[in-house]
Design a protein around this ligand. Structure first.
Ligand SMILES: [Zn+2]
Ligand SMILES: [Zn+2]
Length: 181
């Protein structure tokens, strides 16, 4: 087996240390990779849609591909900005399937975004699910029809809360066949 692979963690704009810590822990626990934090990047101007007040996930993926270190398995962007991907009005994240870039937004994972009191443990659980889900795509996994599997597609926050935090047996098996040795 080759050296332990790394995943570059790339903050876009201000991202809290807790979010970076959760990303690091998640890449280690689920993918067995080391998380290496890169310097924060500015959200590219062309990613921002001023009318929607949202940020294009597709443009962030393209930007990530310009900065992923050659020795990293992939880059994981994290941002507090709200992401969109037409025709969807928003996305929790997006990834290049079996590719080298994934991005996750914390915006809609916080209870405060819905004018409810903050709940840090709920936020952390949602964040970890979204990170595993998007990195799962980058590692070649597609959506899973097991509602308990983290690769179940989340269209709403309720979907994210209802699904499990882990890969199911069959997703884990296909991760092994695509993933690091
Ligand atoms: Zn997905
Ligand atoms: Zn699954």
């Amino acid at each position: 087996m080759a050296n332990r692979e790394t995943i570059a963690i790339v903050p876009y704009g201000a991202v809290t240390p807790a979010v970076i810590g959760a990303a690091r822990a998640t890449v280690a626990a689920t993918f067995g990779c080391g998380g290496v934090e890169l310097p924060a990047r500015t959200i590219p101007a062309e990613a921002v849609d001023p009318t929607r007040r949202q940020c294009s996930s597709r443009v962030l993926l393209a930007d990530l591909l310009t900065c992923v270190p050659s020795d990293a398995r992939c880059a994981l962007g994290v941002t507090a900005a709200d992401l969109f991907l037409p025709p969807l009005t928003f996305v929790f994240g997006e990834a290049q399937l079996a590719g080298r870039a994934a991005v996750v937004s914390t915006c809609r994972l916080r209870e405060e975004s819905y004018l409810r009191p903050p709940d840090l443990s709920l936020f952390d659980a949602r964040l970890r699910k979204e990170i595993v889900h998007e990195l799962g795509h980058a590692f070649g996994l597609v959506h899973c029809d097991d509602r308990d599997c983290v690769m179940w597609q989340s269209a709403t926050l309720g979907d994210t809360d209802a699904k499990g935090a882990e890969l199911c047996f069959s997703c884990r098996a296909s991760l092994r066949s695509h993933g690091p040795g």
